[in-house]
Design a protein around this ligand. Structure first.
Ligand SMILES: [Zn+2]
Ligand SMILES: [Zn+2]
Length: 337
């Protein structure tokens, strides 16, 4: 599936690529739709897709079918690849924050039969899978790595109350990770089919943002008036960022996970932020270490993402799958060639 610009995704027959030195080709066994692809299809993406036309899709796992010279994995290996690779030499990389790399190399092409991976990605961000980890779970490595990085940054601990705003796939992954650390997770979302479908993911409580009246008050009420130790925005809406700040406890941490539209701002209570020592954190993307830890988390069964797959569709129907996502009628769609 080739992206030619906003609203223009085409099915094209391309030759199977051949790997040069340091490259590899993999057959895609499972790909997942992502909200980012929906956004990109609507308005393009300056960072992930600097030029068009380009192959499209970025969450995938598969089997190596050909390798160039100097590549350590072998034909037949089952692998997952991240959708980016850091440069390892810029100030951010040297400071151990490869997710902020100033020269991140992005790779797309999950919605296809085969994908060619460039040398930097092959060297840094391809992980071999054990035979017990199916491709459709391994394909969650990329979004799960983003969630892991975020949960590490905010240092979720056992017995804390963690409120997650937004029950899309990433909100759910964040909540599932917090729950696996024995936190009491409260999910805030809108009632409807997703809400019902996700009710048995191990969260302590659900709050219906549409009927809870004042969500902030509702959170204060269920935390004995204190607010939650950790609040997480997974909606990318400035008004929800504000709710996340308003519902955090003294000494608490707010994690801004959802990216808002460019140019937006939020208001901040300076008195609370200072005297109550609030910690406000952004979290973006992932690092090679988090990709590896995500694969381990999936392989060990510590997190089972299966219930986040709401639909399964063939490659030809990617456009339809993304349209379902856009209408809020799908969580993640598993795409198989
Ligand atoms: Zn994604
Ligand atoms: Zn870098």
């Amino acid at each position: 599936m080739v992206f030619h610009g906003p609203g223009d995704l085409r099915r094209e027959d391309l030759p199977v690529p051949a790997p040069a030195h340091g490259e590899l080709v993999m057959r895609i066994d499972a790909a997942l739709t992502c909200g980012t692809d929906v956004k990109t299809l609507r308005r393009g993406h300056p960072v992930m897709i600097p030029k068009v036309p380009t192959v499209f899709g970025h969450e995938f796992a598969g089997t190596v079918t050909a390798v160039g010279s100097g590549v350590r994995v072998r034909e037949g290996d089952r692998v997952v690849a991240a959708n980016s690779a850091p440069c390892a030499s810029c100030p951010s990389c040297l400071a151990g924050r490869a997710n902020l790399c100033e020269d991140l190399l992005f790779v797309n092409g999950a919605y296809g039969e085969f994908i060619l991976l460039p040398p930097r990605l092959v060297a840094r961000n391809v992980v071999t899978l054990t035979s017990s980890l199916p491709a459709e779970r391994a394909a969650f490595a990329e979004p799960l790595a983003c969630a892991l990085l975020a949960i590490e940054r905010v240092r979720v601990e056992a017995a804390q109350t963690v409120v997650v705003f937004g029950h899309g796939p990433l909100g759910c992954l964040l909540g599932m990770l917090a729950a696996s650390r024995k936190a009491r997770v409260v999910m805030v979302g809108k009632a409807g089919w997703r809400f019902d479908r996700l009710k048995n993911l191990g969260f302590a409580r659900w709050l219906d943002a549409t009927s809870a009246g004042n969500t902030v008050e509702a959170i204060r009420e269920i935390t004995g008036g204190r607010g939650a130790e950790v609040t997480v925005d997974a909606t990318g809406r400035p008004e929800v960022w504000e709710q996340a700040v308003d519902s955090v406890a003294r000494g608490g941490s707010v994690l801004f996970f959802g990216g808002c539209a460019p140019g937006t701002t939020i208001r901040l209570d300076t008195r609370r932020t200072h005297y109550e020592e609030l910690t406000l954190l952004g979290a973006f993307h992932h690092t090679p270490e988090m990709i590896r830890r995500a694969v381990e988390t999936l392989a060990s069964g510590a997190l089972v993402p299966d219930s986040l797959i709401s639909h399964r569709m063939p490659l030809e129907e990617v456009g339809l799958a993304l349209a379902l996502m856009e209408k809020g009628e799908a969580l993640k769609v598993l795409i198989r060639a």
